[in-house]
Design a protein around this ligand. Sequence first.
Ligand SMILES: NC(=O)c1ccc[n+]([C@@H]2O[C@H](COP(=O)([O-])OP(=O)(O)OC[C@H]3O[C@@H](n4cnc5c(N)ncnc54)[C@H](OP(=O)(O)O)[C@@H]3O)[C@@H](O)[C@H]2O)c1
Length: 318
Amino acid sequence: MYIKLFCDMKIIITGAKGLVGSAISKRLETNIDTELLKIGRDNCDLENKTETDKVFNSFSPDIVIHCAGKVFGIGGNMANQYDSWIKNTIINMNVIEASRESKVKHLISLGTGCVYPSEIVEGGYSETQLWDGNVDNSEYGYAHSKRHMLAGLQSLERSSDFKFTYIVSCNLFGPNDSFNEDTGHVIPSLISKFEKKISGENSKVSLWGNGSAVRDFLSSIEMARALEFFVREGPHGVVNVCSGVKRSIKDVIYAISDISGVSEEDFYWDHSKPNGQNQRYYKNKKLRDIGFDIQDTFKKDLETTYKWYLQNKKGARR
Ligand SMILES: NC(=O)c1ccc[n+]([C@@H]2O[C@H](COP(=O)([O-])OP(=O)(O)OC[C@H]3O[C@@H](n4cnc5c(N)ncnc54)[C@H](OP(=O)(O)O)[C@@H]3O)[C@@H](O)[C@H]2O)c1
């Protein structure tokens, strides 16, 4: 029989309607009997400091899982460098400051692999290399807002007994993602294009760049499992959360082609579109050493995401 763990900690989840926020909300609601406040735009605009302070102070959380942000894929980050920098910087500052004021015991924040230097590191980046060089120009604004958040968390930790976990996340995908083909992430954008081919809305599937870029992809379902682990285990500073498996964009395309039934004759490569950084992958040794056994559930969770999209196409975010 399944037993829910009782936890007397109060937890805030920001970005609760987004890809990661919805996955961790669902997981905590199922597994932990606790008081949970899910923040979406409808109950708190995190760009507004007064509103953010008010919500945090009146709920008085012990743990905050910060998943909110202005999140784009490569095309969106390139086209909206300033928007991404300013909005994410303001949101992150408001969340950190409200957490400090309301005496949060553990702030779990979502960072991104873009914070690592653009220079490729053989074997993948490890946590100690985060400040070793400049970020890649393609996601300059976004990456700097995420480095700035880490600098804020580390400064606060140095000045008080504040504790945090800063998740350096690889590329994510899953239900409740944004399926915008121009500004969204590669997997939801491909899913939308492949589905349009299947439904006859498009005659061909256009693919960006040449498909050679290598990434580490993790589902939001597996990320939520990792986040729950940190809720239970407590703060651990900077931690890479990734599958540890390298996949090229071409590998992803063939996997979606298999799932959707769209064949290779129906693709064409648009070489005018960006590839992004050639390679970006990470070591997950620290995560494993802490005791979390991350799984590579790529194919299974990609199928789940494709099915979710078929069922929720109309209401899906774009
Ligand atoms: N997805 C990835 O591949 C990936 C990879 C690495 C790191 N991350 C990081 O993981 C975190 C979660 O990303 P995600 O993919 O789950 O993004 P997402 O699906 O776009 O979710 C972000 C959520 O934040 C909300 N939000 C934005 N501005 C807000 C505001 N001013 N007030 C209140 N809510 C606001 C968004 O609402 P609206 O939809 O209304 O804007 C959305 O529900 C982010 O920090 C992201 O940088 C994501």
